[in-house]
Design a protein around this ligand. Structure first.
Ligand SMILES: Cc1cc2nc3c(=O)[nH]c(=O)nc-3n(C[C@H](O)[C@H](O)[C@H](O)COP(=O)(O)OP(=O)(O)OC[C@H]3O[C@@H](n4cnc5c(N)ncnc54)[C@H](O)[C@@H]3O)c2cc1C
Length: 391
């Protein structure tokens, strides 16, 4: 068995070689400025087999683990955070099914076949004013005689809007008003009743083209229903798999962004000279200390992602301790990314403030981390309660 770091290096070389990353980095600037989708990046990622990373070997894929994909996503995000964030949504859908398989639930195996056939999966969970997120839905799910549903509602921030062909979505069947049922399943882009908003003009992560999706009586086929469950907190393998992959893979994107910001911070210090000290800023103690602090803060982020992604892969059962771990890994990555970019802006000086600089884009991309659920404010009660409340 090769050393784990050797394996990570081999996978990086195989799926995201340096030349490819450089092309992604160059294009990230263009996509951002022109506010357009990362078509060329996606074509190259598809060519590399990147969209099938999680597909198990028995379905013809390479069967990578969450830990391995997390590392790759960190690497991709050092070059193109918006590409990484959007492709995350597809990877997450396949990873969720792979985690369910590893735990004995083989009911969603068709997702692997579809991913191998080139279908692109997106994540349609976020809805306006639904801060229950996975545990409730404002989308109406009308039961049909054949066992399927018609979904009507609004999904916001659907990354990969220009290209997705499958959407994991949820809706609420309130036929039994006393016991409403939350329905999860997959929609097909070719179904009637799907429209995508033309509007997308946001601060950062612009290439993700995470537009609003409007569903009007969209058919969810009976054989594409993944779960029916009560609303509220209800332990379930599907929602555990979504939460673990969502939190750790989103965290991976912001970890990669933070890493790149630190590299730019160091480059900035080396390239600026100080007339007062007669050296570059890389020799000025205050700036060295600032960079050192940001570096130290960053170090905990990949460590947390590594540990928890390995625990998911190894089927470790942290029980009620899982959300505490998963959410803190993603929130820490987000906070550190925003701090790292600010440090880099100080280190690079006014150059980074220029709208054409990579740092200026990273600053805007990092701001998107404020909006992934749960926010720090939404998460605090859970952390306080774990220590203060007797259960
Ligand atoms: C770059 C990025 C990519 C994301 N990708 C995904 C993804 O792929 N899948 C996913 O499920 N979530 C995604 N998210 C969503 C994210 O996880 C949050 O759920 C989202 O940011 C909304 O959080 P909020 O609590 O601020 O929303 P809220 O405050 O509840 O809603 C605010 C948003 O909803 C819009 N809105 C409000 N009412 C309507 C309406 N009637 N019709 C249309 N729009 C309306 C507003 O314009 C605003 O954008 C992404 C977020 C970001 C920033």
């Amino acid at each position: 068995m090769p050393n784990r770091e050797t394996r990570h290096a081999e996978l990086a070389e195989k799926y995201l070689p340096k030349g490819l990353l450089e092309r992604f980095r160059e294009r990230a600037d263009v996509y951002d400025r022109e506010n357009r989708f990362f078509d060329e990046d996606l074509a190259e990622l598809t060519e590399q087999g990147y969209l099938t990373l999680f597909v198990p070997e028995e379905f013809g894929g390479p069967g990578l683990s969450l830990n391995e994909v997390s590392r790759l996503q960190q690497r991709l995000a050092t070059a193109a955070p918006a590409t990484a964030l959007a492709v995350n949504m597809h990877l997450m859908c396949i990873g969720v099914v792979s985690a369910m398989f590893a735990r004995g639930d083989r009911s969603l195996g068709y997702v692997f076949d579809e991913a191998m056939a080139g279908e692109i999966f997106a994540f349609g969970v976020s809805e306006p004013a639904n801060d229950w997120v996975l545990q409730d839905s404002n989308t109406l799910a009308e039961p049909q005689e054949d066992g399927g549903y018609l979904l009507t509602g609004v999904k916001i921030f659907t990354s990969l809007s220009p290209v997705w062909t499958r959407l994991i979505a949820h809706g609420l069947d309130s036929t039994d008003t006393a016991n409403p049922t939350l329905v999860y399943g997959f929609l097909e882009r070719s179904a009637d009743g799907i429209s995508v908003s033309d509007h997308w003009d946001v601060l950062g992560m612009r290439a993700s083209q995470s537009r609003t999706t409007i569903l009007t009586k969209v058919r969810m086929r009976p054989d594409r229903i993944a779960r029916r469950m009560p609303t509220g907190r209800h332990p379930d393998l599907l929602t555990f798999a979504i939460t673990s992959h969502f939190q750790l893979l989103i965290g991976s994107v912001y970890a990669g962004l933070a890493r790149r910001a630190l590299e730019l911070a160091a480059q900035g210090l080396k390239s600026r000279s100080s007339a007062k000290s007669g050296t570059t800023y890389a020799e000025v103690p205050e700036f060295r200390a600032r960079l050192a602090d940001a570096h130290m803060e960053y170090m905990a982020v990949p460590a947390q992602l590594d540990t928890y992604s390995r625990d998911v892969d190894d089927l470790v059962d942290h029980g009620a301790g899982w959300p505490l771990r998963l959410v803190s890994a993603r929130l820490n990555a987000s906070t550190v990314a925003r701090h790292a970019v600010e440090t880099a802006l100080v280190c690079a000086g006014g150059t980074g403030f220029n709208n054409t600089s990579e740092l200026s884009r990273l600053h805007r991309d990092a701001a998107a981390s404020l909006f992934h659920p749960p926010s720090a404010d939404a998460a605090r009660p859970m952390y306080a309660s774990a220590l203060l409340d007797d259960n």
